[in-house]
Design a binder for this molecule. Structure first.
Ligand SMILES: Nc1nc2c(ncn2[C@@H]2O[C@H](COP(=O)(O)OP(=O)(O)OP(=O)(O)O)[C@@H](O)[C@H]2O)c(=O)[nH]1
Ligand SMILES: [Mg+2]
Length: 314
């Protein structure tokens, strides 16, 4: 199965709850009234779209009704689909150009969201793009974290910089940035320990790592990607807000979209955080992570252009 098919399959539960429920609500109303808005609101909140995004979409529907673009219940779903596609497409400015220097990418997030796995997948992706890649075991906190990353490094055939367990994570970053610079590496992926936004000392460590990276490579880290587990729904959004207060986030990696009904969270991540979703993950396999493509995501969510996508995959 190609990525589109896997994405589509991964979004099945979200579709089954969110989209189907919206359709059911709308179908139940012969004419548009306040009760319909109330029912729609409930369904959207349950689908993890979040309060702000839900309010926004309901306002859009009201606007559509006023402007007569929505005349009856039948028009609501296609109209909403259009609004959701617009949300997916907004705020997707391209990643900064890093030619002539090493692109340093920090991977941050709470425990178990998929940071280390994401690094393995990114290493493979960038290598396939013809870039030289190095990884840094910046999670010196958890036993076995650097072994886990070493396995990924071996599997993808990229060099790794690591220290002893318990070592200073900033020192790992210092050595890795120095090595990457000396070897003219294109992409340095830095793993970090899972941390709770409430642990001040760990957050301070993250700040220090970022500072140290900039000493060896101007402007580094050029990217700080927050990994969010889609299955946690709205919790992911609050994590993101708090992380963003400590380190400037440049993007989000949304993992574990496979098998959750909470895929609607992608809309609220985009809308409330104002940072682009850069990557989406739909499984544990090395090819289960791809750059976020709004049109592809919308097509997978609404079952559009399925044949064309499947032909591309063959
Ligand atoms: N189903 C699914 N599982 C995933 C995905 N991404 C990661 N995982 C799994 O999530 C689990 C945790 O992944 P890790 O990469 O170890 O997470 P981490 O954030 O590095 O965890 P800590 O280092 O403990 O903070 C592993 O079992 C991964 O295989 C995904 O997109 N889908
Ligand atoms: Mg890890």
């Amino acid at each position: 199965m190609g990525f589109f098919s896997r994405l589509r399959k991964g979004l099945e539960k979200t579709k089954g709850s969110l989209i189907k429920n919206i359709e059911t609500v709308v179908r139940g109303y012969a004419k548009i009234d306040e009760d319909m808005y109330d029912d729609l609101e409930a369904v959207m909140l349950t689908g993890d779209m979040g309060v702000e995004t839900t309010e926004y979409l309901l306002d859009q529907i009201r606007t559509g009704v006023k402007s007569r673009q929505i005349k009856d219940g039948n028009d609501v779903v296609p109209y909403l689909e259009k609004c959701i596609v617009e949300l997916l497409e907004e705020n997707n400015e391209p990643v900064p150009d890093c030619t002539g220097t090493t692109r340093v990418i920090f991977i941050v997030g709470v425990n178990g969201v998929g940071k280390t796995t994401t690094i393995g997948k990114l290493a493979k992706y960038y290598k396939e793009q013809g870039q030289s890649v190095m990884v840094a075991a910046g999670d010196t906190f958890r036993a076995a974290a650097s072994e886990q990353l070493t396995i990924w490094a071996e599997r993808t055939g990229v060099p790794i910089v690591k220290h002893q367990e318990g070592a200073d994570a900033a020192a790992v970053v210092f050595d890795a940035t120095a090595a990457a610079k000396a070897r003219h590496i294109d992409v340095l992926l830095v793993d970090t320990a899972g941390r709770l936004h409430v642990k001040a000392n760990l957050m301070e460590e993250l700040r220090k790592m970022a500072r140290v990276a900039g000493k060896n490579i101007d402007g580094a880290p050029q990217e700080t990607l927050l990994v969010l587990d889609a299955t946690t729904g709205q919790n992911a959004v609050s994590q993101a807000k708090l992380f963003g207060e400590v380190v400037p986030l440049t993007g989000v990696v949304l993992t574990k979209l496979d098998g959750t009904a909470k895929g609607g969270v992608i809309l609220s991540v985009k809308r409330t955080l104002g940072v682009p979703v850069r990557w989406v993950g739909v499984g544990e396999g090395v090819d289960d992570l791809r750059p976020f493509d709004a049109a592809q995501f919308a097509d997978a969510l609404f079952d559009r252009n399925v044949e064309a996508h499947e032909q591309e995959e063959d």
